[in-house]
Design a protein around this ligand. Structure first.
Ligand code: F6R
Length: 610
């Protein structure tokens, strides 16, 4: 949520970098944007409601903003409407200090009251303006000292970029519970919420740790902790290509990322499989530890939670231990029954999701061992977990996740097989068969993607439908949840995922001849049951799009108006294939509806506020 950037250099190149960096961060929020630069001893701010293009157009016509120092922001509104006045940066009363912020200042109302008594007036409805005025009120000529004092008074989450007129050669940055990286350049240094923003300038990155303050000049970077001690700067070299964060020739990041799935699945699976043995990086679960487990708790948000919903089915089948799946935003506030004999698995693409991070901390407090499945290396969730397994999906830019979901799911299969092998709850034959089938996933997904144009044709037929149900049983039902979310978030069509057997307990009253039912039937044992449920909705007027496996072709007769076939694979693994046509369908439906696919309304990629 919200993207921040900052620049300090020697060649008056702040503005071009800020705009270019913000462009790469627009996926984090895009309802308004702004920059502040130091120019002739004065802070000049340009900020506007709307996409980044609005301020780009304004800046294109201004030639007085050459500067060595600046900060920028792209916003996802939390406090106050998207508007010019609520856009960041926010300037302090004295005009000396400007601030950009990602996160939420939880005690901003109290701080506002105290500051108001001291004569501070507030122009915006934001929590961030309070930070600017607080710094102003504490400032006595030493900016680092002032920031330290302010961090004692601020509650909540905050990544901050700060500039001050008394420090024309210095950029300040602060991190607590929201991500912030430093890009180390030559005669110039950068800050940003995420790596793609600085990648065209440098591959040397330092991820600020919790409760750290960075003081950057063009030639030097010092890092301090909130108590004032100097901290060591750990620099890592980014080895992925800038291309990975570019659209290349695709119309949207989403379709590019859908098409990348065979490769990233292979990158995630194959280094961990040697013949029939699974090596999960440095993870070492002893038989004794696993035997003593009372349950596994999977905790996540959104699509990552949906991965957990699929995993519950196959983990319980393979491991024979109870597996709970819970939304992180619920888990963190409900006194969960978790102890040292619970394995908590946190799934997160960004590794920064506020609720998932809070759930992780809660689980550790209760004594559980926490394993995280994360895409962003070195992110907060990865850093704070006892064990971490990375999905090698590469940077995911489209707000709607696709390749991260698929790689997370593939890792969950490996984890389940690994544990069931150690526990001896799986036969050798089944274990080997599943490994062989897992190795086939990238190739089978390639086969589905090659036929994307036929899914596009189906999307063309149905894109104006306003009421859609996704139905399926067990694993198919869990995949339907993801299919429905994908469609909702990018096409704005209301849809619901329903357990096929549950419809008749009330919801079937919504079915009429304007309803499209997308039925998923891949599970051999349940195929006939799902077909019966399809008949029930068909006889009430619904149009049916069936997704099933190729081997079922002769069993379908005239039940469906359209059918998408996916290749046959072990039943347990079919979610990895079934989700692909659902992603494609959502993408093409949204495209036909003219939606802003990579940046759907009201959403942001990385949800760093609760
Ligand atoms: C939906 C989507 C979100 C995320 C959720 C969790 O397409 O991307 O539902 O899955 O916000 O985010 P991470 O995985 O970063 O914790």
């Amino acid at each position: 949520m919200c993207g921040i950037v900052g620049y300090i250099g020697e060649n008056k190149k702040a503005v071009p970098f800020l705009l270019q960096g913000l462009e790469k961060l627009e996926y984090r929020g895009y309802d308004s944007s702004g920059i502040a630069v130091l120019n002739q001893n004065e802070i000049k701010i340009v900020k506007k409601q709307g996409r980044l293009k609005v301020i780009k157009d304004i800046l294109g016509s201004k030639d007085d903003l050459h500067s060595n120092l600046g900060i920028g922001h792209t916003r996802w509104a939390t406090h106050g409407d998207p508007s010019d006045v609520n856009a960041h940066p926010h300037l302090s009363k004295s005009g000396k200090i400007a601030v950009v912020h990602n996160g939420i200042i939880e005690n901003y109302i109290n701080l506002k009251k105290t500051l108001s008594k001291k004569g501070y007036e507030f122009k915006s409805d934001t929590d961030t303006e309070v930070v600017a005025q607080l710094l102003d009120s504490l400032y006595e000529g030493n900016m680092l000292g002032t920031i330290k004092k302010a961090t004692d008074l601020l509650e909540g989450s905050f990544a901050l970029g700060i500039i001050c007129t008394d420090y024309p050669d210095t950029l300040f940055a602060v991190k607590k519970d929201s991500p912030l990286i430093i890009g180390v350049g030559e005669d110039e240094n950068f800050i940003a919420s995420d790596i793609p923003a600085v990648l065209s300038k440098t591959r040397k990155i330092c991820r600020l740790k919790e409760k750290q303050i960075a003081v950057l000049t063009s030639k030097n970077i010092d890092i301090f902790d909130f108590s004032g001690g100097k901290a060591k700067m750990e620099i890592s070299e980014i080895n992925w290509n800038v291309d990975a964060a570019e659209k290349n020739n695709y119309d949207h990041f989403m379709i590019k990322e859908i098409m990348e799935q065979p490769k990233v699945l292979n990158d995630t699976i194959s280094p961990r499989l040697k013949d029939y043995s699974i090596k999960l990086d440095n993870l070492n679960f002893t038989e004794e530890y696993l035997k003593n487990l009372n349950k596994i708790s999977i905790v996540a948000c959104g699509s990552a939670y949906h991965v957990g919903c699929v995993a519950k089915y196959f983990m319980e089948e393979l491991i024979r231990k109870p597996v709970e799946v819970e939304l992180a935003s619920e888990f963190r506030y409900r006194s969960p029954i978790v102890d040292k004999n619970t394995l908590v698995i946190i799934i997160s693409q960004s590794g920064e999701t506020a609720d998932s991070l809070a759930a992780l901390r809660e689980a550790k407090k209760l004594g559980a061992r926490v394993l995280s499945v994360v895409n962003v290396v070195g992110s907060s969730i990865a850093n704070e977990s006892d064990d971490v397994l990375y999905t090698w999906a590469g940077p995911e830019i489209a707000v709607a996740t696709t390749k991260a979901y698929s790689t997370q799911l593939s890792l969950m299969y490996l984890i389940a097989l690994y544990i069931s092998k150690v526990l001896g709850t799986i036969t050798d034959e089944k274990y080997k068969n599943l490994i062989e089938n897992i190795k086939l996933l990238p190739e089978k997904i390639t086969g589905i993607l090659k036929k994307a144009s036929s899914t596009e044709e189906i999307a063309k037929k149905y894109y104006q439908t306003e009421k859609i149900f996704f139905i399926g049983r067990t694993l198919d039902y869990a995949v339907c949840m993801e299919g429905s979310l994908k469609l909702k978030e990018i096409s704005y069509i209301h849809s619901e995922a329903y357990a096929a057997g549950e419809l008749k307990h009330g919801t079937i009253s919504l079915i009429d001849n304007k309803t499209l039912v997308i039925a998923l039937a891949t599970q051999d044992k349940l195929f006939d049951k799902t077909i019966s449920n399809i008949r029930e909705v068909k006889s009430r007027g619904a149009t049916i799009l069936l997704i099933t496996t190729e081997d079922k072709a002769d069993k379908i007769s005239d039940i469906a108006d359209d059918v998408i076939y996916i290749p046959k694979i072990s039943n347990i693994l079919s979610p990895s294939l079934a989700v692909i046509p659902m992603q494609l369908l959502s993408y093409y439906i949204a495209k036909f509806r003219g939606c802003d696919i990579d940046k759907p309304r009201n959403l942001a990629k990385s949800v760093t506020v609760e």
